[in-house]
Design a protein around this ligand. Sequence first.
Ligand code: NDP
Ligand code: MG
Length: 388
Amino acid sequence: FTMKKIALLGATGSIGTSTVEVVKAYPELFQIVSLTFHSNVEKGVALIEQLRPRYVGVGSEKLRVELTHRFPDIEFGVGEVGLIKAAILEEIDVVLTAVTGSIGLQPTMAAIKAGKDIALANKETLVMAGKWVMKAARENNVTILPVDSEHSAIFQCLNGQKSDNLKELVITASGGSFRDLTRDELKSVTLEQALKHPNWSMGKKITIDSSTMMNKGLEVIEAHWLFGTDYDKIKVVLHKESIVHSMVVLKDGAYLAQLGPSDMREPIQYALTYPNRLPIKNELPFDLTQIGQLNFAPMDFERFPMLKLAFTVGKKGGAYPTVYNAANEIAATSFIDGKISYLQIEQLVQRAVEHYNETTEVTLEEVIEIDKQTRTIVERWIKEEGQL
Ligand code: NDP
Ligand code: MG
């Protein structure tokens, strides 16, 4: 096991924080050479002081000037250029993509072209442009290791399996904050309620996405690209304990599952040590005899229309998943900012997908353009309509 040099994009976030814990547990094995954050200066500065990276990407020119003055030995960059530079530094071995949203696409593509392995948390990138990301990875002989817990579970279960042994993937879903509410009860839910995830502590956007089941929809599309699996062979089951992180079913009917505590350090560390394993420092308690029972139930597509829509846009292909993701990024953020009501998230995503009525194949440049257009359109709808 040789020392890994890491670029950590989105270091101040939830995944970023867990990654720093993993790195600090094994200072002889991991080094963060570059990191990025957007605007959280307090946390960003604390990380710079602890980790002493060579390069730091920040969200604004003002921050760059301020921090260059404060840390003259460190090089700073701004915005997308800064993200890209952080990802492609000569000495980097692996880029951990923990930014939220499609801002992750360009640095991920640049890293792949520079031959860096990717530890991928930023699922929106794969939903938006999975075809091109996976193609670039093949062409540049780059490994994409999943950080998302479900995909890490599937990846672990598929280890050593011939691809034609696979019958289907079974992704588990906790059900999110509003699992037990009816659609009628959803009309009046608040941001505060939506941000209370039963099992996982995560960034705001993904917590909202979990409650709308958008997150599971994004994960279905992510799995399609990561494992090259047809949508007909991807199933989702409700599993409220989040203990079984996901499963694979083989041709002969054997189910393989990966189980563990709700601790993102596990999939993060595995992505950084693969194919080796290391103990997790300060492991969370995990005792199946205490848990006692695991429950599984079918997913209700009427209750969770965003999950149903994921299969529709996934099968349609082209830029449909791009539109689905972009509309949600704007809608979820607008809900977090108090601009729209909870159920408007679904309505806006549905409307954007219906509005995009193209069946033609698209290029990567067109996908990037459609992502931008969708954001503009959804933002306009929100301005025009206000609270529905
Ligand atoms: P957070 O919101 O906690 O963190 C996001 C990070 O991205 C922060 O470092 C933030 O910087 C930075 N950032 C935000 N906006 C921009 C921007 N415009 N340009 C550059 N950087 C930006 O998110 P999470 O850690 O929860 O999630 C990150 C990714 O990982 C998402 O794609 C999510 O779907 C995925 N993921 C997360 C899981 C989790 O457990 N949290 C589980 C599985 C996947 P700043 O703090 O300065 O704003
Ligand atoms: Mg997940």
